[in-house]
Ligand binder design. Sequence first.
Ligand SMILES: Cc1cc2nc3c(=O)[nH]c(=O)nc-3n(C[C@H](O)[C@H](O)[C@H](O)COP(=O)(O)OP(=O)(O)OC[C@H]3O[C@@H](n4cnc5c(N)ncnc54)[C@H](O)[C@@H]3O)c2cc1C
Length: 475
Amino acid sequence: MATEFDVIVIGGGPAGYPCAIRAGQNKLSVACIDEWQNRDGTYAFGGTCLNAGCIPSKALLESSELFHRAQTEFAAHGIGTGAVSMDVNAMQARKGKIVKQSTMGILALFKSAGVTPLQGHGKLLSGGRVEFTGKDGAKSLLSAKHIVLASGSTPMPLKNVPFDGSQIVDSWGALDFTEVPKKLGVIGAGVIGLELGSVWRRLGAEVIVLEALDKFLPIADQAVAKEAARHFQKQGLDIRLGAKVTGCEKAKDGVMLQFTDAKGAQTVVVEKVVVAIGRRPYTAELLGEGTGVELDERGFINVDHDCRTSVPNVWAIGDVVRGPMLAHKGKEEGVVVADAIAGKAGEVNYNLVPSVIYTAPEIAWVGLTEEQAKESGRAYKVGAFPFMASGRARAMEAANGFCKIVADKDSDEILGVHVIGPMAGELIAEAVLAMEYSASTEDLQRTMHAHPTLSEAMHEAALNADKLAIDIPNR
Ligand SMILES: Cc1cc2nc3c(=O)[nH]c(=O)nc-3n(C[C@H](O)[C@H](O)[C@H](O)COP(=O)(O)OP(=O)(O)OC[C@H]3O[C@@H](n4cnc5c(N)ncnc54)[C@H](O)[C@@H]3O)c2cc1C
């Protein structure tokens, strides 16, 4: 085994593995160390995202959404199915297959880019050295000109409701249920809590979501948050705001959660609990003595705008550094760092990190919310278009939600785009591209959009910003 490299990446999640691949593409010698172990003890690249996050959650969201639509929508198309049933084990097996295909694919990508995969633990030592502990426990000393830390994050525990791995679980546990719980308690109405709550609700669980904050989806544009709350309520997600969980007790048929809200002290008994209150950076056994890598007060590795740590030639990317904990943000950082190491130019545009919530309707946004535009004190204008007026959305039986554009009133530059509706996560890509090129609403207005497509909603919202929409009365 080679022990000297140009680059060693510690962590093979969606930040680390693209960094290693780009380093290989840049003709640098590179090793990627990853210690992820699945429940059966097998090692797998891909980190949280591929093994226990983005990919398995989207697999279950797709299955549960199809199940739900078969029950509620097919009849409108004239399709009779008889009684629709769900085999949870088959659904889980499909998910497992998709995860495996994705994680094994990384090994093939490493091979084609010349990346050395090392499965085991990596620990940064001083002087450009890394201690690698292999699967068999054997230790070896590696060295590299540049070291990239991409160790990711782990679920935040809740002191009063400790994980027990069966009744009280984290997001990974909630992706692996083998039966639909009769009643599910979700602590946290963030992106992960809403997605997982949606999966099990659609499959028949009674779902109560307890959220400590008084405001629903405070990070989203509030018109979108309001629309989302209405749909989730209709779907039967019982979302309680201002509900602070204070403790739990094992009950006969599950767990009794204690919480306080505006009405005072309350309890609810649920079969299973998912704690989804956020994630925290993971740096356990990552930094050896005297490396000089600084952490901030919340445990994130301190980096500058370009992902340089406090130590020359040591970089850090992904969930373990500041910024939104999103796979695509980590991927961009990984690629930019690998290019910077090779002497190429590049920069992550942190103002244009798209956010997506894969519920139904889907929610996606980029840039400033209307509230943020207002707070900034600038003059702004808003254009919006409801999917109810989109022929394609109606044909899809998915005419819910809207597309909204916030733009600077004077320069016409697009400041933010917010979509709630069918395929919002796909539609937002147009907005990101437009904003990356500082597009104005007029640029979008003058761009032809195919008919009938959902993307026409973006076009019409841009037109509506100047009261020029064709397919709705302008207000
Ligand atoms: C349920 C769920 C759904 C999500 N859905 C989405 C989504 O739809 N879209 C999205 O953008 N994001 C989503 N996320 C977030 C996304 O998974 C993370 O932002 C992303 O995985 C972070 O990538 P990363 O490479 O920084 O870290 P990770 O994916 O956590 O990978 C870090 C890797 O490093 C390994 N490692 C850590 N320390 C060491 C060490 N010392 N030695 C060797 N290996 C080490 C870990 O084992 C792991 O394999 C979701 C997360 C969850 C939990």
